[in-house]
Ligand binder design. Structure first.
Ligand code: GAP
Length: 516
């Protein structure tokens, strides 16, 4: 596992550098040495992002007759964030090292320590697995005294961490000291006290002369949905249960700026709030957990790479919560959250605004504040999961090697590259004809430069699932060769069948069909 971790650690670096080299993702303001935890999407990254958004939007809004989509503003009335609890409680526990002057999230320092102990356990397991042919991992974990001691240590640390995060900041500092955690930069154990730090960015609206007001950049898109609940319900004449979906930017002043686009200061969320009758929320919570997992699995990136992590400790507003975790290069981490948020948000907005946010149920002839099931996925994390899973270095049968991005075909930035074998004798014109046929439905490229092998490699590196090669015979028989990126299989098909073949394999519909 230690080895595997190293390889996986390497993978994140390789993905980041590949993403930059080919125009997926750049560091923001790079010419000024960059802005930490802020990234720009290049020409390929924005296509990939758009395809993910389209898959999400169509699967949520188009496939569900009772879900509608909105686009609310990033700036909201400041009282919104008082009501939602973000002004008072959207905090991270921070600690500074007095020698290096570096700032850390106290809980992350402790979690890193836990990961080290987990690494030791894996070492023991790997060692033992080599010694026995019929190695039983579970039994070994349950009986080996050293592993048991490590597991006990982890349990104790987790219990103290939980206690610290619930408010005992002095003990959180003591935990860091007891574990002998040193600053990764200076190696010093000279720590300040742990303090709470609010993650919301703020700015001022209006000019100072008019008496400017402090406002926040939204830290989640969900509140734009809650405050519009009645507007949408009434104008859309919607009946419970119904959902409101939204894709948009969110901002958090994250202190730990690392792991590429996993944790960013400016990022995008795809959220849906599903309004239900109180008492029915657990039924829908289960249904949404199932549907969202199905959405991920339809992409074909491996069932083994996803798992649910049900929360034991719940936020004050939730009565159930679960994460869908993905096996990122850093290990299993949260990709999406599914939360049963009760009526906390709507009730809080009723209280702070003095306006009723209730649904009149004609069946029961009563008004009530609906309960809410939320599905919330980070678009950038989704991009990272796709890129990390796609990145593959391969040695081919002829001994040559290639780096290929095995991006699920419907999400790939370019679906097809049309390649005339030579750039003369009417082949480019034939390629153009085919490109014109396909470009109405798909993003495609024509590439005429360099030898065909080199062009294939270029398309592999950006994840284009199909290359169509136009050769001299094509001019005679109106047939072309289609090469499939992953299997490298090549088949010859008539030009008038291309559109149908390609549509079948690369459209978002091919994913949506798996969901209904
Ligand atoms: N409305 C609920 C909410 O915002 P959250 O767990 O804080 O819940 C939801 O965030 C999702 O947003 C996460 O599962 C993650 O994918 C994404 N996300 C949160 N913070 C992020 C960050 N700093 N950078 C990138 N994605 C982030």
């Amino acid at each position: 596992m230690a080895n595997q971790n190293n390889q996986k650690g390497e993978l994140l670096k390789k993905v980041a550098s590949h993403a930059k080299e080919y125009g997926f993702i750049f560091q923001s303001s790079e010419i000024y040495d960059g802005l930490s935890a802020v990234y720009d999407y290049g020409q390929l990254g924005s296509e990939l992002k758009n395809n993910i958004k389209s898959y999400w939007w169509k699967s949520m809004v188009q496939l569900h007759e009772n879900i509608v989509g909105i686009d609310s503003a990033i700036f909201m009335h400041p009282t919104t964030w008082k009501a939602s609890g973000h002004v008072d409680a959207f905090n991270d526990p921070l600690i500074d090292n007095k020698d290096s002057k570096k700032r850390y999230r106290a809980d992350v320092l402790v979690e890193d320590q836990i990961a080290k102990i987990e690494g030791k356990i894996e070492k023991e397991v790997t060692k033992a697995a080599k010694r026995f042919d019929d190695f039983d991992r579970k039994m070994f974990m349950e009986t080996n005294p050293r592993v048991q001691r490590y597991l006990g240590e982890i349990e104790t640390i987790k219990a103290r961490l939980k206690n610290g995060l619930e408010g005992d900041l002095a003990d959180l500092k003591k935990l860091i000291e007891d574990l002998g955690i040193a600053c990764p930069i200076s190696g010093s154990k000279n720590w300040t006290d742990v303090r709470q730090f609010n993650l919301m960015f703020n700015t001022e609206i209006g000019s100072l002369s008019e008496g400017a007001n402090k406002i926040y950049l939204r830290p989640e898109t969900a509140q734009g949905i809650f405050v519009n609940f009645l507007n949408v319900q009434k104008t859309g004449r919607l009946k419970l249960p119904f959902g409101i979906a939204q894709i948009g930017k969110a901002f958090r002043n994250e202190i730990i700026a690392r792991q590429f686009i996993f944790r960013m200061r400016e990022f995008e969320q795809m959220e849906m709030q599903y309004f239900v009758k109180p008492g029915e929320e657990m039924k829908y919570y289960g249904q949404w957990k199932e549907f969202r997992m199905k959405w991920h699995l339809a992409l074909g990136m491996g069932e083994e790479n996803y798992r649910f992590h049900d929360h034991i400790k719940l936020a004050h507003y939730a009565n159930a919560a679960s994460d869908i975790e993905f096996d990122f290069p850093m290990g299993f981490k949260e990709l999406e959250g599914i939360h049963s948020r009760t009526d906390f948000d709507l009730k809080a907005h009723e209280e702070f605004s003095g306006k009723k946010l209730q649904f009149f149920d004609p069946k029961d002839n009563e008004s009530y504040v609906p309960y809410v099931i939320e599905t919330s996925i980070g678009l950038d994390r989704m991009v990272l999961s796709v890129l990390a899973h796609a990145y593959t270095e391969e040695t081919l049968e002829d001994g040559s090697s290639r780096t290929v991005m095995k991006i699920p075909a419907p999400l790939a930035p370019y679906k097809v590259a049309v390649l005339p074998l030579v750039n003369k004798d009417g082949l480019p014109e034939k390629a153009r004809e085919i490109a014109n046929l396909l470009k109405l439905d798909h993003n495609i490229q024509i590439d005429v430069k360099d030898a065909i092998g080199k062009r294939y490699r270029r398309q592999d590196a950006i994840g284009t699932p199909y290359c169509i090669t136009v050769d001299y015979e094509s001019l005679e028989d109106n047939m072309v060769t289609i090469r499939e990126r992953d299997s490298l299989e090549q088949v010859r098909i008539p030009i008038d069948k291309i559109q149908e073949e390609i549509n079948e394999r690369v459209s978002i519909n091919s994913l949506l069909k798996k969901l209904i």
